[in-house]
Design a protein around this ligand. Structure first.
Ligand code: AMP
Ligand code: MN
Ligand code: MN
Length: 332
């Protein structure tokens, strides 16, 4: 089942639901990041330890970014076509809406109970029951609460998965609040090599990343009049720029573009492979703000979602048209 409006529940209710489930499927969002995979694998490893049949998956293209293969529990991942349709409980992690699950969205309807665990302010309220906390800096923070309520031990394997989501969603802890820093310390005390994992997740790229960066950074433009005079910096990554590097290398470009001092908002247009429905000009747009502009609201208005300072949406059209629509949405 999957209702129109999920019933909000606490971590203890979610823990009870998982503890009594006869089988569980955990679902991550399309183009998965460390928060959605870390959340899924932490839950899946805990369930496996408890003897519950469990599978984790994410939508096509079902290729795990290289950096996430470092995480424990990847043996519990299966391709979308092998996902059981009739688990007692299906859990969606780090997804603001069901369309983030692509072809796996139907699994929420065909499973017994659909549980949503998320921290996006733009969460649409999908699922049957939901633990949504926009104050949590990562979905893994909420997963840790659920595991604590369950009383299941957070060992070094599970801690690494939780840490991966927390450090990446806080920009390598740069934006971490005191609650996140305390949790980080607790997780590190389980004994895994935090700096090594962080380097693998955030500071490690193939050489081909450097020439790709050179090309797309040379194309960056500053538009000081945009966003009511607060400034916007933008660039685009075409499919040919990204040939020879993984999608996750493309995802990292926004973190460099957003360092431009003169711009309140940073934008990266990432070209997506076209299909018959959309011959050319299909984009995934990344938005970042310094905090005075709520880009989540802008992204939601354009069909996406996210957080106040980090959001995204899908777009179709020429690069100029996509930028013009965005400029209008951000205010002149
Ligand atoms: P990204 O720029 O792709 O790293 O995404 C930044 C934030 O926006 C993340 O929290 C994503 O979950 C969210 N986001 C990105 N794209 C979308 C989308 N198409 N729909 C909903 N949320 C999105
Ligand atoms: Mn995510
Ligand atoms: Mn997240």
């Amino acid at each position: 089942m999957c209702s129109e409006v999920a019933r909000p529940v606490g971590a203890d209710d979610a823990a009870r639901l998982l503890r009594s489930a006869s089988s569980v499927t955990v679902l991550s969002h399309v183009n998965p990041d460390a928060d959605t995979i870390g959340s899924a694998l932490a839950l899946a490893v805990a369930l496996e330890r408890a003897g519950t049949p469990v599978r984790a998956s994410f939508p096509a293209p079902h290729r795990l970014p290289r950096s996430l293969t470092l995480l424990p529990g990847t043996h519990l991942l299966c391709p979308p076509e092998e996902v059981p349709a009739d688990s007692a409980v299906a859990v969606a992690v780090d997804c603001s809406s069901s369309d983030r699950l692509g072809e796996l969205a139907g699994v929420l309807d065909s499973s017994g109970t659909a549980l949503v665990v998320d921290h996006h302010s733009t969460n649409t309220g999908f699922g049957d029951v939901a633990v949504v906390d926009p104050q949590a800096q990562s979905t893994t923070v909420i997963v840790e609460r659920i595991l604590r309520a369950w009383g299941t031990p957070v060992d070094a394997d599970i801690a690494q998965c939780l840490y991966a989501g927390l450090v990446t969603d806080t920009g390598g802890l740069r934006r971490a609040d005191t609650a996140s820093l305390r949790l980080t310390a607790d997780l590190l005390e389980t004994g895994f090599d935090g700096p090594a994992l962080l380097r693998g997740l955030m500071d490690s790229h193939p050489f081909a990343w450097l020439p790709m960066l050179g090309t797309v950074l040379a194309r960056a433009r500053l538009d000081p009049e945009a966003v009511g005079g607060r400034g916007m910096v933008h660039t685009a990554i075409h499919l040919e720029d990204a040939r020879g590097v993984e999608w996750e290398e493309v995802e990292s470009v926004i973190d460099i573009v957003r360092t431009s001092d003169e711009a309140e908002v940073a934008v990266v247009l990432k070209e997506r492979p076209s299909n018959d429905d959309a011959p050319r000009g299909l984009w995934s747009v990344s938005l970042r703000s310094r905090g005075t502009v709520d880009v989540a609201t802008v992204a939601r208005g354009l069909g996406g979602g996210g957080h106040r300072a980090a959001a995204g949406y899908p777009a179709a059209g020429s690069q100029d048209d996509v930028l013009a629509e965005l400029r209008a949405a951000l205010g002149r």
